[in-house]
Design a protein around this ligand. Structure first.
Ligand SMILES: [Fe+2]
Ligand SMILES: [Fe+2]
Length: 203
């Protein structure tokens, strides 16, 4: 029986579990999954840099996200190494429907505080869903090497999810964070249900 970290157990609080067909489709399109995954890590790193630039007056946020930039960039390089081993190249970035739809749910007219909260919760949700997808890959792929490859990402992204929630709790009232998080989870559940199950992308 595998032991999961508490961070990963928390992820399983996501309402909707990935359609089991997704891992089978992903295993057939591993080349596309790797490229898409690399871009996800690249975006994770740049999103943390954006947060640091935007909220540079928030000391804890700056201190805690600075090493995450390095970590996500390390993830990007790890995936790139796997691609090069297979003679694959990164290729162009695809349109990220999942992330675009999440951004569409962010409050546009709210207070700066509400926009800040939505920014952190968007990041938390992307980390949570990525972790859940990596968990499926770490359990469902036939190749043992790739299963352990994705297991390491799973644990790491779970830690990031917790970090973003903790940052929200640091700067905003906990009840407000919980209430809005629930709205995000419900929205994401509907979004996942509406999206086509495709094996060529992480989300
Ligand atoms: Fe990552
Ligand atoms: Fe992450």
């Amino acid at each position: 029986m595998e032991t999961l970290s508490q961070d990963t157990k928390n992820i399983l609080g996501l309402k909707l579990v990935t359609d089991p067909r997704w891992v089978d489709l992903a295993s057939i399109s591993l080349k596309d999954i790797l490229s898409d995954h690399a871009w996800c890590e690249q975006k994770a790193a740049t999103s943390c840099i954006t947060l640091i630039s935007k909220y540079s007056n928030k000391e804890k946020l700056v201190t805690e996200l600075a090493p995450i930039v390095t970590e996500e960039w390390g993830h990007f390089r790890k995936v790139l190494t796997e691609m090069h081993k297979r003679n694959l190249t990164l290729g162009p970035q695809r349109k990220d429907v999942y992330v675009n739809e999440l951004i569409g749910f962010q409050k546009k007219g709210g207070s700066p505080e509400e926009r800040f909260l939505d920014h952190l919760l968007t990041m938390a949700l992307i980390e949570a869903r990525s972790c859940e997808r990596f968990k499926r890959l770490s359990e469902g792929l036939r190749d043992e090497y790739m299963r352990s490859f994705y297991r390491r990402f799973m644990e790491s992204e779970a830690g990031h999810y917790t970090l973003f929630i903790n940052l929200a709790d640091t700067y905003l009232p906990k009840e407000k964070v919980r209430k809005r998080w629930k709205e995000w989870i419900d929205y994401e559940t509907g979004l996942m249900q509406s999206m086509e199950v495709r094996g060529d992308r992480i989300h």
